[in-house]
Design a protein around this ligand. Structure first.
Ligand code: ADP
Ligand code: ASP
Ligand code: MG
Length: 409
């Protein structure tokens, strides 16, 4: 079998953990598999590097950002390849460039263009284990790029696709995907199997257990994807093709606190205004989420949307540039908000589910600021200081914790 194994930051946070992982990888190699390993930076290294950069410049260029953050993964690959050598395995560390990972030139959130399979294939054919730096690639002009926070998952899936791997295993600090982030809901139910589509909704709305683009790529190219605990034995979660359920069912809730709401107030109610506002944001390749337009009296509208924290400074800059052109009366933003979503099959088709979602938020006295939905998701913006209570209340309504029990602490 060809297996791609990706280890996240917490799984490689100490030399001891790296040695343990090396033993598991060696075992898989001994079983006769072709193994490619992808690793993230150790523990919180990436955060540390970003803080370090901001100590010398609070508005660093995206090029220098990529230059520094990409070093985190380089530490991990050298350590893991050396740990494997110590166990008598032939291993070789590779940067994104060396592994043939081509991206576009959008620093800090580069898109993969292709993965050159030749280098990795010939290393495997020599009986070696390639240990590839996740999260990084190389632009057409030879610049180091990174794929956005959490992007090592995407590196792993792209390599699995390029090598036509039998499975891409994502090892992390939890035994797979749960019905809620364990940091918000105590003892959430374990999900054994989940469809690519549901997982995409979860990843897009806060479940950082998998990088959104990794799941999108896996769905597009039908890469078999599994999430497992790096150091404990468990069943893990399989992410696979179709969902065979038709009945509306809520499978999970997600929380996203890393968002900011931006409101462009008092723009004229006339054709082309929204297009102008969003043109500026599009030219910066910013990912937007909830978008709401509400009408005032006197033919004025407010246009509000949310962006990820990481994109906030660019988004607000873009809005300031267009403020006069769209004759906005004011622009303001709100960081004290969080998004809670329920994800499942056909949920928008069930008015009972919609009602239960809003009731469970009302039950804890939280005000809903914005609502958005798709066939398989309902999201609400609520005050950040209420998010834990809200998550627990929703988990209780939809029976997302084991034994239906949710602690109220
Ligand atoms: P890694 O460093 O291995 O990439 P991440 O921190 O990116 O790990 O992702 C794992 C974390 O994702 C878990 O520790 C958990 O807190 C969080 N998470 C959020 N939602 C979920 C979910 N639905 N199921 C499992 N984990 C989740
Ligand atoms: N080290 C990077 C990050 O912290 C990439 C990753 O972990 O996937 O975002
Ligand atoms: Mg991750």
């Amino acid at each position: 079998m060809v297996i791609v194994k990706k280890y996240g930051g917490t799984s490689v946070e100490t030399p001891e953990k790296i040695l343990k992982i090396a033993e598991k990888i060696a075992l898989s190699k001994d079983e006769g598999n072709d193994v490619v390993v992808v690793v993230s930076a150790m523990g919180k290294t990436t955060n540390y590097l970003i803080d370090l950069l901001h100590k010398v410049n609070d508005e660093p260029s995206p090029r220098e950002y990529d230059m520094i953050v990409s070093t985190g993964e380089q530490i991990s690959i050298a350590l893991l390849a050396s740990a494997l050598s110590k166990l008598g395995k032939k291993a070789i560390s590779l940067t994104g460039f060396q592994a043939g990972i081509d991206t576009d030139s959008t620093h800090s959130r580069a898109k993969l263009k292709r993965v050159y399979r030749g280098t990795l294939r010939s290393i495997l054919d020599e009986g070696k284990i390639p240990v590839v730096a996740g999260f990084q690639g190389i632009s057409p002009s030879g610049e180091i790029t990174t794929l956005g926070r959490g992007g090592s998952d995407t590196t792993a899936v792209a390599i699995a696709y390029a090598l036509d791997a039998d499975v891409c295993e994502i090892f992390t600090d939890v035994d797979g995907v749960y019905a809620a982030d364990p940091r918000y809901v105590e003892s959430p139910k374990h999900i054994d199997r989940i469809s690519y589509d549901e997982m995409i909704e979860m990843a897009a709305h806060g479940a950082k257990v998998l990088h959104l683009r990794a799941v999108e790529l896996a769905r597009r190219y039908k890469v078999p994807l599994v999430v497992k605990h790096a150091h404990e034995n468990g069943t893990g979660t399989k992410i696979e093709g179709m969902n065979d359920m038709e009945e509306p069912v809520v499978r999970a809730l997600t929380v996203d606190e890393n968002i900011v709401k931006i409101v462009v107030e008092g723009v004229p109610d006339e054709p082309g205004i929204a297009a102008k506002i969003f043109e500026k944001l599009a030219s910066r390749h910013l990912a937007l989420d909830m978008i709401v337009q509400s009408m005032h009296k006197e033919k004025k509208n407010d246009v509000a949307f949310t962006v990820a924290n990481d994109d906030f400074s660019e988004a607000i800059q873009a809005i300031k540039e267009v403020k006069d052109e769209v004759k906005a009366e004011n622009v303001h933003f709100d960081e004290e908000i969080a998004k809670v979503s329920i994800v499942g099959v056909n949920i928008l088709g069930s008015s009972e589910i919609i009602h239960a979602m809003f009731s469970s938020i009302a039950d804890v006295g939280a005000n809903i600021d914005m609502i958005s939905s798709s066939n398989s998701r309902i999201s609400c913006l609520v005050p950040k200081n209420k998010i834990k209570e809200v998550a627990k209340s929703i988990a209780r309504s939809f029976n997302l914790a084991t034994n239906g029990y949710v602690n109220d602490d």
